[in-house]
Design a protein around this ligand. Structure first.
Ligand code: ATP
Length: 236
């Protein structure tokens, strides 16, 4: 199967501190999830993939092209789009303006109307609140805007950093059902999540990152049944 994203033997970190050690992952069609405890290096891995930090060595192949040395904005131009941790909306701007900011890339501008219709079909509540300032939305609604803004960028892969962070259990379930429906629509996604049970339940494949190394991998179902995962992450 051809894969949208392939990270091969990646070493990366910050200045003198190496955080990721020989990390290899693949995201093919559907959803790929990275789990791991606090400080394992999950966000660092996403930063290396999106080009926010440089790599020491190893390679990142996206859509058949080696993007290891490509700057972050060029990766975004070709469809590597991140929904950041903490949402990072433009609080003073309206919902619609936030969505328009997502569509600033040329490819996305050309598909603006089509993508806007798509996000409003996915989040009907947002279409009723297009003029409301983002900062006045509830936490759950803000997360929806952050996901919608990512979709407005017309991603070839949508990357999520802990989308359930700070959300109530009910809203967390809502966010996961959105991710599941995006998966069913064939959008490739890479997800970093602390909510191990929910993320493994909907993912195609998953990896466990520990102290910067991949220590386990498999289908979501396999990892849910794995004794180490059960003990370390599921409290079983
Ligand atoms: P969490 O689930 O707590 O967000 P994580 O798995 O995403 O954790 P990272 O944020 O990638 O982990 O952090 C991995 C390691 O890198 C940690 O030891 C952290 O202190 C270190 N680190 C993160 N950002 C920087 C930075 N800008 N400069 C130096 N070290 C950093």
């Amino acid at each position: 199967m051809s894969c949208v994203l392939e990270v091969k033997s990646l070493n990366a970190g910050y200045d003198e501190i190496q955080i990721l050690w020989d990390v290899s992952i693949k995201t093919c069609s559907g959803l790929c999830t990275i789990i791991g405890s606090n400080g394992a290096g999950k966000t660092t891995l996403l930063r290396a993939i999106t080009g926010i930090i440089p790599t020491i060595n190893g390679s990142i192949i996206f859509d058949g092209k080696d993007i290891t040395k490509l700057p972050a904005h060029k990766r975004a131009q070709i469809g590597v789009i991140m929904v950041p941790e903490g949402r990072l909306l433009f609080g003073e701007m309206s919902v619609l303006e936030n969505l328009q900011m997502g569509a600033y890339l040329k490819r996305a501008k050309n598909k603006y109307k089509q993508n806007l219709d798509f996000v409003f079909s996915l989040f009907p509540k947002l279409s009723e609140r297009i003029n409301q300032k983002a900062q006045s939305l509830s936490g759950g609604e803000q997360q929806m805007v952050a996901i919608a803004r990512g979709l407005m960028a017309d991603p070839k892969i949508l990357i999520f950093d802990e989308p359930s962070l700070g959300l109530s259990p009910k809203l967390t379930i809502e966010v996961f059902s959105i991710i599941k429906s995006l998966k069913e629509k064939g959008i490739a996604m890479l997800l970093v999540e602390q909510n191990v049970h929910l993320s493994l339940s909907i993912t195609n494949n998953a990896y466990v990152l520990s102290e910067g190394k991949i220590v386990l991998s498999g289908s979501g179902g396999d990892l849910l049944e794995n004794p180490q995962v059960k003990t370390a992450f599921l409290g079983l």
